[in-house]
Design a protein around this ligand. Structure first.
Ligand code: NA7
Length: 542
């Protein structure tokens, strides 16, 4: 008898049609769609409130790298019409206000259980349902288990020698305190120069007595050109809502489209004009400067050098500028950071950069950080050290499918999914923005809405057909995994040691996890699976 069955034999667990894990953007919309299907549903959320990644990542300067008008749901015209964003890029507090508004507007909170971490989810082959174990409540069973746990929600816990000895304050960007943190008069150190570090460094520098940035790898960062949201941007979205909500959001996100010509086929003057134009727009759209930037190493080198020149032109100290210039990866093959005054911050008298490649970090001590060359005395250390991305939050739950097989075993050599949404051997389990889906490449809200709608259609189909289970076929999954790898292989992405390939987590299999074939192609494949009644790619059961 399985654990799930024995749980039922004793204390009868609560039962729902569907249980959703996570109350961020994905979980909230999933709940809304489940309600629309007339299903009973419960959302289990580890955080003390809703918001997912935006609940936890409340460090100074935290904001989204996708523009506010796009980093928003499009399933409700009324919601788009009534919500007023204030800046081009939304701050974390504004995002939480938006999420709160959505939860209230659609009366979602009554089915969300906060401060409840799911530790285990197990499929019962006989009963054909899932039992979820949490750290607080009795077991919960449901026909469908939907993981809405996010791609960047399992923080990396640094394993630094001596961390426990440090007498000062320790902060993690991904678990920032809810009470205000005041660095006034403090000597602060920041470890990590990914998006989180690059956002947090300028505001911390403004407040702290001194700021020491410990950089292991220099990252490319592009200017946000943030400012008050232009009314014309809002008007544009509202006027084009029908198109945007159906097709537009899949293709028209990041600034002007790239010219049709490859970078190396145009004159130096012409490409410089295009570089400057894209740099002037700022934001993630800079990736689309030329169509071949992510597939042709020579083209990428030319544009990477343009960015390095921008860094050198901004940072006054030549050595610091040089240290800030990325030299170990192609631009765009790590998600570029989008910053407000990051490079200029290094011109401040109270800021210094420590290049950990030149002087490796040896240990944290009672008084600060020792590198191979020096001791840095600090009152506070901020860790902006990243996440076990895409698979981390899923694998931190002990998920067991058919015959008790764990997801951890199934993914021992890297994640294998069908469309990033289902896993062979795990019936009625869905993973929103799972590995093998477009997930983090682009605007995750667009992806979330498409995934949730697809899952909702599956559940509606099963109900109307009187079916009870759906499970990806192994051959369909194998073909999808091969396709995901093939497409990635055409690009420069897999060559870079990034969190896209799990390189930041010791022992994690190196697999390029997101699907880079584009949202349009992905959506077409999803629609095709549905249009054929799922039967070619999935096993359907009564
Ligand atoms: P990232 O982008 O993974 O950045 C983490 C940073 O922390 C990166 O600079 C790492 O250097 C650094 N790091 C990690 N471990 C260490 C150790 N042991 N020593 C020194 N430095 C270390 O995470 P973020 O939170 O900034 O951003 C994640 C995504 O969130 C981002 O792409 C956006 O989509 C939003 P490394 O590069 O490994 O040398």
């Amino acid at each position: 008898m399985s654990t799930a069955a024995s749980a039922r034999a004793g204390d009868e667990p609560e039962r729902y049609d569907a249980v959703v894990v996570g109350a961020g953007f994905a979980g909230l919309y999933m709940l809304h769609r489940l309600r629309g299907l007339g299903m009973t549903a419960c959302v289990l959320e580890a955080g003390g409130d809703i918001g997912g990644t935006w609940y936890w990542n409340r460090y100074p300067g935290a904001r989204c790298d996708v523009e506010s008008v796009f980093y928003a749901y499009s399933f409700s015209r009324e919601l788009v019409d009534e919500w007023e964003w204030t800046e081009r890029y939304p701050t974390q507090p504004e995002l939480l206000r938006y999420i709160d508004h959505v939860a209230d507007r659609f009366d979602l909170r009554r089915d969300i259980r906060l401060s409840t971490r799911v530790t285990r989810a197990e499929f019962d082959d006989d009963a054909r349902d899932w039992t979820l174990t949490t750290d607080t409540a009795a077991a919960i069973t449901a026909t469908y288990c939907i993981m809405a746990t996010g791609c960047l929600s399992a923080p990396c816990t640094p394993d630094f020698i001596g961390l426990d000895d440090f007498a000062g304050d320790v902060y993690f960007t991904a678990e920032w305190p809810h009470d205000p943190v005041d660095f006034t008069g403090k000597r602060v150190g920041v470890i990590g120069t990914g998006s989180s570090g690059i956002q947090a460094i300028p505001p911390i520098a403004e407040q702290a007595a001194t700021l020491t940035v410990f950089q292991r790898t220099a990252n490319f960062s592009v200017p946000a050109h943030n400012g008050p949201l232009s009314p014309s941007r809002v008007e544009w979205v509202r006027e084009n809502f029908e198109w945007y909500a159906t097709d537009g959001k899949y293709s028209a996100l990041f600034g002007t489209p790239p010219p049709p010509t490859p970078l190396l086929s145009v004159s130096v003057e012409e490409r410089e004009r295009q570089f400057e134009a894209k740099w002037g727009e700022g934001g993630l759209g800079v990736i689309a400067v030329y169509p071949d930037i992510l597939v042709d190493a020579d083209a990428n080198d030319v544009f990477s050098e343009f960015i390095r020149d921008k860094i050198r032109a901004t940072v006054l100290d030549a050595q610091v500028a040089d240290d800030l210039c990325p030299d170990d990866h192609y631009f765009g093959t790590k998600r570029p950071c989008v910053d407000i005054d990051y490079y200029a911050t290094f011109n401040r008298d109270n800021v210094q950069l420590v290049n950990l490649r030149r002087e490796p970090l040896v240990s944290i001590t009672e008084h600060g950080i020792d590198t191979a060359d020096a001791s840095y005395e600090l009152d506070a250390i901020v860790f902006a050290t990243g996440f076990d991305a895409i698979t981390g939050a899923l694998l931190r739950v002990d998920i067991r499918g058919r015959d008790g097989r764990t997801l951890r075993d199934a993914w021992a050599e890297g994640p294998r999914t069908f469309l990033g949404l289902m896993v062979a051997g795990f019936p009625n389990l869905f993973t929103i923005t799972g590995p093998g889906s477009p997930s983090v490449l682009g605007n995750v809200i667009t992806h979330i809405e498409q995934h949730v709608d697809w899952i909702a259609d599956v559940l509606g189909f099963l109900t109307s057909e009187g079916l009870r289970t759906i499970e990806a076929r192994t051959d369909a999954q194998d073909a999808w995994v091969a396709h995901v790898n093939d497409v990635a292989g055409y690009t420069l992405y897999p060559s870079t040691s990034s969190w896209y390939v799990g390189a930041n987590i010791p022992g994690k299999p190196r697999v390029f996890m997101p699907y880079i074939g584009g949202m349009l192609a992905y959506r077409e494949r999803c629609d095709d699976v549905a249009s054929r009644g799922y039967i070619d790619d999935c096993i359907l059961g009564t």
